[in-house]
Design a protein around this ligand. Structure first.
Ligand code: AMP
Length: 210
């Protein structure tokens, strides 16, 4: 059973995906993670993507569609699409990919969180540059300053979590990603979940959908 998780930046898509992977053995396809990996490796795609990501802009549709096409296996089940699609063009392309690869989508879950909360979450978010663990300067600080609790790696602020970029990411979200709501409503797959609730409560609501 595959799912799309979408919502504004900071809604908790990554956190919920990690729980679904850990507890239900689902497989996460996160275009944000794939792009950050390419940046780390400094591939041509990574260099191109970085120029968009650092400004809070979306990477061009065809780049992410090709990337998903590459990792998506025929007949693969229990996938969480995390942060993809982010435009209606990507959603249409995903529908085509699903048909080509003999897959189906159960629901598209929108995680709803007010902007004030998103800004606090994003500006305080810190991530481990080695294992990707996520912290927050107020609600989940590291035990040792700037060191990951899990692996001891360096904990940093993502470039696109800087205050000046957050505002643009939220604007880009409103313009390009929020129309997915109508797209998935029309497809009869849209589900809305309150994302301001504690992580475990959000998780149990998602689990119910499954
Ligand atoms: P995320 O980790 O999902 O918050 O994504 C971080 C950044 O990667 C976004 O702000 C975009 O610049 C880029 N990105 C991730 N997924 C996509 C996508 N599906 N389409 C376009 N750009 C994306």
């Amino acid at each position: 059973m595959s799912l799309v998780l979408f919502g504004p930046p900071g809604a908790g898509k990554g956190t919920q995906s990690a729980l679904l992977v850990e507890r239900l053995n689902m497989q996460q396809i996160s275009t944000g993670d794939l792009l950050r990996n390419s940046i780390k490796k400094q591939t041509d795609l990574g260099k191109l993507a970085q120029s968009y990501m650092d400004k809070g802009e979306l990477v061009p549709d065809q780049v992410v569609i090709d990337m998903v096409n590459e990792v998506l296996k025929t007949g693969q089940d229990n996938i969480i699409f995390d942060g993809f699609p982010r435009t209606v063009a990507q959603a249409k392309a995903l529908d085509d990919l699903l048909v080509q690869k003999n897959l189906s989508l159960r629901k598209a879950i929108f995680i709803k969180v007010p902007n004030k909360v998103l800004i606090n979450r994003l500006s305080g978010r810190r991530v481990c540059s080695s294992c990707g663990a996520v912290f927050h300067i107020e609600s989940k600080p590291t035990k040792v300053a700037d060191k990951c609790d899990n692996c001891g790696g360096n904990v940093i602020q993502r470039n696109d979590d800087k205050v000046e970029v957050i505002e643009n990411r939220l604007k880009v979200y409103d313009e390009f990603t929020s129309p997915l709501k109508n797209f998935y409503l029309a497809a009869g797959k849209y589900i809305e979940i309150e994302g301001e609730l504690p992580t475990e409560e959000v998780y149990s609501k998602i689990k119910k959908v499954l």
